[in-house]
Structures are given as C-alpha cells and as structure tokens.
Design a protein around this ligand. Structure first.
Ligand SMILES: NC(=O)c1ccc[n+]([C@@H]2O[C@H](COP(=O)([O-])OP(=O)(O)OC[C@H]3O[C@@H](n4cnc5c(N)ncnc54)[C@H](O)[C@@H]3O)[C@@H](O)[C@H]2O)c1
Ligand SMILES: O=C(O)C(=O)C[C@@H](O)[C@H](O)[C@H](O)COP(=O)(O)O
Ligand SMILES: [Zn+2]
Length: 369
C-alpha cells in the first residue's frame, strides 16, 4: 500500500495504490463525500465486477449510490455521451462542492473528469481507476477530454481530481489484452526518463502482465510517482516537461484515428507502436543507436504488444497518417514537435522534424517485413 502525493500548488491530492481499497473507499474518501447520495459514473464492466465492493463500503457508511452507466469503449468519449452525462449530473443536483466518483478505465475517467470540469464551471471528482492504464496514467494529472471527428482528445480541459483510489485488486478481472495495453504506458516512463526502470521492466514486465502482486504494485507505484512528479513540474504542458509523457502518442493517436478509435487498436497498443516508431525514427535521424531502438521494440514486443505497423493491414500511406498528426495539440505555429530519444531514458522534444520526412519514414514502416 502506497500513498503518493501530487504536489500541485493550491490543490494537492493523494493517489492511494494497493489492495482492498474499494472495501475501504468510504473511509478513505472521508469528508469528500458530504451528502447521503453519491453519484458514481461507472464503466459497465467495472461496475459489474467491482461495483458491489464500492457499494458495500459506501452503504456501511450511510451513503447510497446513484449509478450512471458508461458503455465500454472509446466511443463513449463523445459529445453525445458528454451531453447525456452532464444532463444526468444536473438532474442529480450535483453542486460545485460535491465529488462525483468515476469508476472505470481511462474512457470513464476522461469523460467524467471533463463533464465535471464544465458542470457549473467546475465541480469535484474522485478517480477510482479499474484498468492498469488508468491506474498508471489517466487517473493522475488532470487531463480530461472527449474525441471529435477531427481527432483524439481535441475537446477537453485540465481538471484535477480531488483523490485517486487505485485498487490493484480490480485488475484481476481485466482481459489480458487490456493489461498489455496498460503496460505500454508503464514501460513508457522508463523509455522517456528512467533507464533503470526500463531495465526493471525488461526483467519484470512478464510478471507485471501476469499480475504478480509485488511486481504489479511496484509498476503502478513507480509509474504514478513519475507521473506525479512531472505533472507537478508542468501541470499544463507549457514548458515541454509534461509533453514528454506524450512519447509515442503523436504516431499512436494517428494510428487510432486511422483505425476509427475501434477495438482494432486500443490506446495502449497505439502508444506501444508509437514508441517503437519514435525510437526507430530517432535512429533514422542518428539520434539513437539502432541497437537501442530495437531493444525498445523487443521489450515492448515481449509483453505481447504490437511493434510493426505493417501488421495492422492499414489501407493508407504515410501522408495520410501525417495528416492526422496535424491535429496534434502540440502543433505550434505550423510545426509539430516530436518526442524523440537520445538514449533509453532520455527523451526530448525535437522541433526540427518535418511532417514530410515523418511521412516518408512511415511509408517505409508500412512496407517493412
Ligand atoms: N487523461 C490522461 O492522462 C490519459 C492517459 C492515458 C490514456 N488516456 C485515455 O484513456 C483511454 C484508455 O483507457 P483504458 O485503457 O483504461 O480503456 P477503457 O476505459 O476503454 O477500459 C478498457 C476496457 O476494460 C473494461 N474494464 C474496465 N475496468 C475493468 C475491470 N476491472 N475488469 C474488467 N474489465 C474492465 C472496460 O469496460 C473496457 O472494455 C483512452 O481514451 C486514452 O486516450 C487518458
Ligand atoms: O498526461 C499526459 O500529459 C499524457 O500525455 C498522458 C498520455 O498517456 C495520455 O494518453 C494523454 O491523454 C494524451 O494527451 P494528449 O494531450 O495528447 O491528448
Ligand atoms: Zn496515453
């Protein structure tokens, strides 16, 4: 059990990581739950597997849950679902000082967080992440968003939760593919800034995806500590520090767009491929050794994650993927900074990448193997 602080001036909060947290949710939330009725926005699968544990804890403390169901899948991060959710929160009489609970993965957390950021110009929320990806990444740091036809996370806000409860027991019911997708964001922290953690992932990644208790707790805690530190340094992605957390995402979001935000490619799988592409592109520009690029690909592949975009069977070329990238939120006065690598554990923002060159590289990768 670990309690990790996110030290944001004026609104610090804690991330609790460990087993059995849902059984003690009411106690940990304490005064954050100030009314009898507690609105809980829940992914349908997360509720089916873990809703009872939350319900039991809250009802033992004299609360009653008002449940709101979110359909599984990226499609729920939409204008339509945002409207439906905000209407429901208003009907529940949620006030600014209340805390809405988000129970589920990154989709539920991103949607609920964004709804709370605009509800009456901002009400509170508590993240209860139930996927590996959400525990190590999306529940921490306050990025909230929905997708639009133009691209991923294009409508959103920075809105920090008041508390995060990452109960590792909830991961036992996750499908293996979702565990792999979450692991992509775990190994990301090693690749972008912590060579020792990358080494640890090479040695223990198999245990993490097999949900070995000790390896899992180390992976989640270490990931959250790293993210909390970076977010505290650059909450709104203004200095370039937080942008490093976007390693693999420029390529990854383009691939997600091209596959229609469908189950054909999960977010974490897109990030896995995107990190391999960022590493190989860094090698192509003589920034990173080819050996290190392939070491990264091997570590990602050994967790069962995809490493070759040619295997996706996409009916598109590099220029089309580059067009998706023009919607990237890092775009600045017509140029898109890329997160590239000098070595494993040393990512940086490269402002000198031309999208034409990236597109030519992607053409090669689409043909490879
Ligand atoms: N805000 C951020 O900083 C941030 C960071 C990373 C990713 N994201 C976003 O997060 C989303 C991906 O999140 P995700 O990978 O958690 O996917 P997700 O929310 O779609 O959940 C994945 C699947 O797991 C199911 N599920 C959830 N909890 C379960 C459980 N305990 N047992 C069984 N099934 C369960 C869901 O129903 C769903 O089918 C993407 O939209 C991505 O853009 C946001
Ligand atoms: O927290 C961050 O900052 C991240 O970039 C984490 C990413 O893993 C996450 O997918 C995030 O939602 C991507 O942000 P975006 O700004 O590229 O939409
Ligand atoms: Zn991500």
């Amino acid at each position: 059990m670990a309690v990790i602080p996110v030290e944001l001036a004026g609104r610090p909060y804690q991330v609790h990581v460990g087993r059995g947290l849902l059984e003690n949710a009411a106690e940990i939330c304490g005064d954050f739950l100030r009314k009898t009725i507690v609105p809980v926005v829940a992914d349908e699968n997360a509720r089916a597997h873990h809703g009872d544990r939350l319900d039991q804890s809250l009802s033992n403390a004299g609360h009653e849950i008002a449940w709101y169901d979110v359909a599984p899948g990226e499609g729920s991060k939409s204008w339509r679902e945002l409207e439906r959710l905000t209407d429901w929160l208003l009907a529940q009489g949620v006030e600014r000082g209340d805390k809405v609970i988000a129970l589920g993965g990154g989709v539920t957390g991103d949607l609920t967080g964004f709804a709370c950021s605009i509800l009456k110009r901002g009400c509170g929320f508590i993240q209860v992440p139930t996927t590996l990806l959400a525990q190590v990444d999306s529940s921490v740091g306050g990025k909230t968003a929905i997708n639009t036809a133009a691209g991923k996370n294009l409508i959103g806000a920075f809105h920090q939760p008041s508390l995060v409860l990452a109960d590792t027991d909830s991961l036992t019911t996750l499908p293996p593919r979702e565990i792999g997708a979450g692991y992509a964001e775990v190994i990301k922290y090693g690749i972008l800034g912590d060579a020792a953690f990358f080494d640890w992932c090479e040695n223990h990644g198999g245990e993490v995806v097999a949900l070995d208790e000790q390896a899992l707790e180390t992976a989640v805690s270490r990931s959250v500590e790293t993210k909390a530190r970076i977010v505290a340094e650059d909450e709104r992605e203004l200095t370039g520090r937080r942008a490093l957390l976007n390693l693999g995402h420029t390529f990854g979001h383009a691939l997600e767009a091209e596959t229609g935000y469908s189950s054909a490619l999960l977010h974490g799988e897109g990030v896995a491929l995107g990190m391999v592409l960022a590493a190989r592109y860094s090698a192509r520009r003589d920034l990173l050794s080819l050996g290190d690029a392939e070491r990264i690909a091997a570590a990602i592949g050994s967790a069962g994650l995809p490493t070759e975009i040619s295997a996706l069977g996409l009916d598109c070329d590099g220029a089309r993927l580059a067009d998706h990238m023009r919607h990237d939120k890092k775009m600045d006065a017509g140029t898109l900074p890329f997160i590239l690598l000098r070595s494993i554990g040393a990512a940086f923002l490269d402002h000198d990448v031309s999208l034409d060159d990236a597109s030519a590289f992607l053409d090669e990768q689409l043909q490879a193997h």
